[in-house]
Design a protein around this ligand. Sequence first.
Ligand code: PBG
Length: 327
Amino acid sequence: MSYPFERNRILRKSSSIREAMAETHLSTSHLLLPVFIIPGENEVSEITSMPGVFRYTLDRVNAFLQEAYDNGIRQVLLFAQVEEHLKDNAGTEALNPNGLMQQGIRHIKSAFLDMVVMTDVALDPCSSYGHDGIVVDGTIVNDETLEILCAMALSHVEAGADWVAPSDMMDGRIGSLRECLNDHGYHEIGILAYTAKYASNLYGPFRDALDSAPGFGDKKTYQMDFRNAKEALREARQDVEEGADFIMVKPGGMYLDVIRDLATHFDVPVAAYQVSGEYSMISSACANGFLDRKAVVMESLYAIRRAGASLIATYFAVEASKYIQNK
Ligand code: PBG
């Protein structure tokens, strides 16, 4: 039976009916706010390729976090910039109990008691090669890297992190991290696995923000080929078996099929990362007056929710939380 007996426009007739029929909902609790911290004092610097997104020294970050908190944001994903002279090929600074990341975790956890702090675990910000793992003869070596990642995650947890978010794409990292956390008595720490992290061309602005671009080559030997979707299922199966609490797809908007695949096939929640390049594309088109910023930001986030993501890491988090409240 179809037209004229079925008329789909009946369910679209008024805004009240459309609200009642909406299949997808977005609230501030679905948003994860990435936060960039930088060494030094009294500095707030805008990221050139991400207008409207700033990096903060620890003494200046509270006003930004307070604004996020007051708008309902309770989850942050923390990134720390590492000074050039502290970078090496061993991840030494990543393990420093008084490193900027560790200080940042303590700072946020003491100022905002119920803020969930998640930390990026990968070597790139502190690697002299800008790679996510240890480099030997031009290769990013897997198993040696796992040991450092575990020590890095442990030092974040010791500083107070609630969740660790391994973004390195080494094989076996989730199992290694879980075992290491268990061995040290950390049974309530979450692992947000960057499960299907693609070797995307959309990370450029982020690498500007942290000054972490790879010094040679690219990340295609560990991040996924963007032509593949089945491979994401394999990554997800392994991550879930190894103990991931959340499985993430990254980037978000161009990978909605992958988000949907993981949400369909697995019973752990799926997250998505709307990455720096997605922010830059939307915000620059809007700055030119080509698109309506509020409308497009919300559409981009709803689309990711519709695909099946429970949590969205997004640089629009604070802005979107205001739109959600009609502010
Ligand atoms: C670190 C990391 C990256 C991003 C998140 N964690 C960069 C990369 O893998 O090169 C990118 C996030 C973004 O572009 O917003 N491994």
